[in-house]
Design a protein around this ligand. Structure first.
Ligand SMILES: NC(=O)c1ccc[n+]([C@@H]2O[C@H](COP(=O)([O-])OP(=O)(O)OC[C@H]3O[C@@H](n4cnc5c(N)ncnc54)[C@H](O)[C@@H]3O)[C@@H](O)[C@H]2O)c1
Ligand SMILES: [Zn+2]
Length: 696
């Protein structure tokens, strides 16, 4: 291929990956692969400067602005960082620094490179006034309302605290009143995993990694949803007109003292050996951090020296990112299992000989879908490479060809995606434009039925936790339930005395489950109580594809009744906040099916709520954030429900009893003396209705 042809090809390919990455928060290839292709393009362009295209990704900061937010021009451009995966290249960079500084001595600050999206935050008169994305580097999206949901970000500088903390350090150099800071907004791993479980539950594709999830969330229109995702941000840069500091280190300490979330992980070193030691120190340790990381950033500490070194069009010369290669290990493919989800989607899972990867033992890895299995060309018994995508979900990336067995053996144990459901043997089908195969036997396929019932009873839905721990399976085997409405037909007599011995998959240990009187009563109480769940929860519990918890809340608040929702036209559905084409379509499909209507009818007969009461939609404030409340007695201005909603919508949480974990007991008329006594003994703060109102 000619240089021109390859340059064209790479330019177009990389521009495409950039669009997908920055606009849709999707990675079609790994970061490493992207970076290697970009390096190839840069090398070719350097050798053939005349062939470089004006739209080359090599001289622009990747990223765009979107139409859904106001555009803000950055006061100081937001650049990228040059990067390397190799120690040799890092040493070359250090040589260039040495030359650039004419032999003057220098210090580096090493920092963890958190993998999220860069944010620019502007403070005026000590108050946070704007939060903007990097965008194309020159201008970005104003996402201030979403930024304000970050709990670790001071909305206003506490000047008194700042001053006292500062004076003993630098003889008074504190952060100013008007400045800009930069940081990395990220989604904690734990939240990412939770969201993926939720997505899986409602039949959405899983997100590939926390970075993409963070990028998508920071640009959501509904800041209530953003708040529920507990995004966070590490601050790593301070910019102002007043030159408050002479070094980066001073600025980090001052930011920390002023209450900003500066990661403790940074370190000052004197030379490149110190940098390498830092890189080695964190190569494993970084996996224990609460968020995704993809490398180390190395920066010159002294601001005057930074100025001497300057910038290229795309990045500062005084800093570089060292990126860790994704850790990949070879292990044996023991088998492939096929899981049938609640929606009937079939997911292939690789069963692996256990292998240590990024500080965890990996036994299973996702194979995504049939196309992926074909692409990988797997045979049982192969040695395969396993990698952690975005450092969290293990996946099989290929066959280890250095340990290939003979062709005949491989051929005889080739992995073929099944044509029929592994659970009920129905022939599988695939929707146009979707990668997954589905089992069509909704009403008769046991894992689908079980999945739907498990979805129905979960805490966020009907909250029948007395039915957990394998009990659903037993009820299904006994022929007592085949859809969710059967739960409401269960009787004491039908349940009492049922027994089953479970064998734990992992330990092989036996465990006997028996439905004794107390168990049965618990189950029936749980089912009875579930009838009080509001319409929004019932709607979510039905398990309509793509209708998650929040969507269900919005639909319930908008339509008020199931009849109105069912009668709504496609266009009317689309007018509800958050309801897109996909959701609207799915709702219409759901209500077209007689079997679904039959279930709804049965649930109505059982007494479930299909009409909305007062529903709080939006978060009101974060005034009660992180505080645990309990109330006792009655109140003048709130009913119990209203009080609970108030606590919830202002960020507090309601707990079920008086304990040390309780922050406030709200005491009303006719309060229970035992609660008061216990609260007093434990030193729990008690407040009355007025005091509670004042907190809001
Ligand atoms: N997989 C794909 O399809 C695809 C597509 C486009 C880009 N990418 C990836 O994105 C990279 C380009 O993104 P980029 O320009 O944001 O570069 P980058 O993410 O590699 O590095 C720059 C960014 O690092 C972040 N950062 C984190 N911690 C930091 C710290 N302590 N100090 C300073 N900055 C810190 C900042 O947000 C900064 O903007 C590519 O190199 C590639 O790895 C991947
Ligand atoms: Zn099936």
């Amino acid at each position: 291929m000619s240089a021109q042809a390859r340059i064209d090809e790479l330019t177009e390919l990389l521009n495409h990956y950039n669009d997908r990455y920055y606009q849709d928060a999707v990675s079609e290839v790994s970061d490493q692969e992207f970076d290697f292709l970009l390096k190839e393009l840069e090398t070719l362009e350097a050798q053939n400067p005349t062939l470089k295209r004006p739209d080359s990704p090599s001289h622009r900061v990747g990223g765009t602005i979107t139409k859904s937010f106001e555009t803000v021009v950055h006061k100081y451009p937001m650049l990228s960082l040059s990067n390397t995966y190799s120690e040799d290249e890092l040493r070359d960079w250090d040589d260039r620094i040495k030359k650039g500084l004419n032999g003057a001595s220098y210090e580096y600050i090493c920092e963890i490179k958190f993998d999220g999206i860069s944010l620019s935050l502007t403070y005026e008169n000590g108050v946070l006034v704007r939060g903007v994305t990097r965008g194309d580097g020159t201008q970005g999206d104003d996402i201030t309302t979403n930024i304000k949901t970050l709990r670790t970000l001071p909305l206003k500088i506490n000047q008194k605290k700042t001053n006292t903390a500062q004076t003993n350090l630098f003889g008074g150099s504190t952060i100013g009143q008007n400045f800009e800071i930069r940081g990395e907004g990220f989604m904690p791993n734990e939240v990412f995993e939770r969201i993926n479980l939720e997505r899986e539950d409602i039949g959405e594709d899983k997100l590939a990694n926390p970075r993409n999830a963070a990028a998508g969330t920071f640009k959501m229109q509904d800041s209530g949803v953003v708040a529920s995702r507990n995004l966070d941000c590490y601050i790593y840069q301070y910019l102002s007109e007043n030159d408050e500091f002479k070094t980066h280190e001073e600025s980090l300490i001052a930011l920390k003292n002023a209450g900003f979330n500066v990661s403790e992980s940074y370190k000052k070193v004197n030379d490149i050996e110190g940098v390498i030691a830092y890189i080695n120190e964190w190569s494993e340790k970084r996996h224990s951090l609460k968020c995704a990381t993809d490398g180390i950033v190395i920066k010159i500490n002294d601001y005057a020296q930074r100025e001497d070194l300057g910038f290229t069009a795309k990045s500062p010369r005084w800093a570089i990112a060292y990126k860790y290669k994704a850790e990949s290990k070879s292990t044996e493919l023991l088998g492939v299992t096929y899981q049938v989800g609640r929606t009937g989607a079939i997911t292939p899972v690789a069963e692996l000989k256990p292998v240590e990867l990024s500080m965890t033992t990996v036994r299973r890895a996702t194979l995504h879908n049939a196309d992926e299995i074909k692409r990988l060309g797997l045979s049982i018994g192969d040695q395969v490479f396993v990698e952690k995508a975005g450092e969290i979900i293990p996946k099989v990336t290929g066959v280890d060809t250095s340990k290939l067995r003979d062709e005949a053996t491989r051929e005889s144990s080739k992995v073929c995606f099944p044509t029929n459901c592994p659970a009920c043997n129905s022939e599988l089908y695939r929707n146009e434009g979707e990668a997954a195969y589905y089992c069509p036997n909704e009403m008769g396929c046991p894992p689908q039925i079980k999945g739907r019932i498990e979805h129905f009873i979960q805490r966020k839905a009907m909250n029948i936790d007395s039915l957990g721990e394998g009990k659903i399976e037993i009820l299904m085997e006994q022929g007592l339930v085949s859809d969710v409405s059967d739960l409401y037909k269960l009787s004491f007599e039908s349940l009492l005395g049922i027994e089953k011995v479970h064998i734990d998959e992992n330990t092989g240990k036996e465990r006997k489950v028996s439905f004794k009187e107390k168990t049965v009563q618990n189950i029936l109480d749980g089912i009875e109580n579930s009838k009080n769940q509001p319409f929004s929860k019932v709607l979510f519990a039905l398990g309509i594809r793509f209708v998650g918890e929040t969507t269900a809340q919005k639909l319930a608040a908008y339509f008020k009744t199931q009849e109105a929702l069912q009668a709504a036209s496609f266009d009317e559905l689309r007018t509800v906040p958050d309801v897109g084409e996909k959701v609207a379509q799915s709702l219409q499909l759901y209500f077209k099916e007689d079997k679904n209507l039959k279930i709804i009818e049965n649930l109505k007969l059982a007494g479930l709520k299909f009409e909305a009461e007062n529903i709080v939609l939006e978060k009101e404030s974060e005034a009660l954030m992180g505080k645990a409340f309990l109330y006792t007695g009655t109140f003048e201005s709130f009913s119990r429900e209203e009080l609970e909603q108030k606590i919830d919508s202002n960020g507090g949480k309601l707990v079920s009893g008086v304990s040390k974990k309780l922050d406030f007991l709200i005491v009303g008329e006719g309060a229970g003396p035992s609660k008061l006594k216990k609260a007093e003994d434990l030193g729990v703060k008690m407040i009355n209705e007025e005091e509670f109102k004042a907190m809001l």
